[in-house]
Ligand binder design. Sequence first.
Ligand SMILES: NC(=O)c1ccc[n+]([C@@H]2O[C@H](COP(=O)([O-])OP(=O)(O)OC[C@H]3O[C@@H](n4cnc5c(N)ncnc54)[C@H](O)[C@@H]3O)[C@@H](O)[C@H]2O)c1
Ligand SMILES: [Zn+2]
Length: 358
Amino acid sequence: MPVTVSLASRSYDIAVGSGNLNNAGSLLASFKPVSRAVILTDVNVQSFGYAQSVAAAIADAGIDASILSVPAGEQSKSIETADTLWQTLLEDGTDRKAVLVTVGGGVIGDLGGFVAATYARGIRFFQVPTTLLAQVDSSVGGKVGIDLPNAKNMVGAFHQPLGVLIDTETLQTLSNEQYLCGLGEAVKYGESLDAGLFEYLEENSGKINRRDNEVLQKIVSECCRIKAQIVSEDEYETTGRRILLNYGHTFAHSFETMSGFTLLHGLAVASGAMCAAQLAVKLGLIDDALRQRFEQLHKSLHLPAEIPVNINADEAVALMQHDKKTEFGELNFVLPTGLGQCKTVKCTPQTVRDSVWG
Ligand SMILES: NC(=O)c1ccc[n+]([C@@H]2O[C@H](COP(=O)([O-])OP(=O)(O)OC[C@H]3O[C@@H](n4cnc5c(N)ncnc54)[C@H](O)[C@@H]3O)[C@@H](O)[C@H]2O)c1
Ligand SMILES: [Zn+2]
């Protein structure tokens, strides 16, 4: 059963399966009329043949399909790459009935979604995420964009895809580090939003570490269901609901910045979640036994479980104050209030410093 993101006329389905890339053809054909499909991927992902499989399935369904490939990595989320892609789409005669199909991680999804949102004032796009992070998070919800040299995700749009096709078998080729990154986000959903998912992660840590395909399908489906529900309630991040997806993220962003972005996002989120749990204990929102349970799960999944010791506390707090979530000198945090429960809490920089590093 697909997970549905319910957004009135912009509703769409997320199909989660294994070895299902060949469904891309019938799925795309269901969005008639489709003049052609332009598949965007990165060179890394292309080397595993995923974009080629998707292109072949689409061609089999009678739709003309071509592949565009960009260098792998965050540096491709740039105005220069977007410009090259706009020009190429124009030169190839891409019209407004074309569909851009992203096959790759969050970089390809964000970049491709942004190009689709802007080319010819918006064409349709379809997501085929191939990293765990993209499958559980970035491919769902319609946030698309590129980076400015000193500001990540600063230019973008809300542009919902036509649909999302997830093949968990693609996760077998991910590096260990990239796999852990996605797990960091999956654990985030469990700790802050869904006790059932948290318990499932606890019970299946061995299988998760072995990348058991059935367990991965269940986890990806659950994460998509949780995110889809929240996005359906707050598509444009205006009611405060969607902010709840940011548990651990205020801390994480400062750690990423301090590492010069060598610390990967999902690992920073895992550390950030432990900081949020520690702050919640100090504010009396949860007891220390729950924080220890979080810590134990992180350890069994080989995720960062400690508050980073080599981080300069003053610098971290100062960076958080510059974060866009600061209001009137107080910092906004999403903190756990129980297993699978959270709320936003305002905190002074001093309280954060004393609670987490004191
Ligand atoms: N739009 C959103 O809501 C949202 C949410 C979270 C993150 N993001 C964005 O997502 C991006 C990070 O996404 P990411 O972690 O997927 O990064 P990524 O797209 O850079 O992928 C990470 C690496 O994995 C490689 N890769 C992808 N699939 C593979 C596979 N199946 N096997 C082997 N290698 C594979 C890629 O080539 C790349 O080198 C960031 O730019 C972030 O801002 C967006
Ligand atoms: Zn995140």
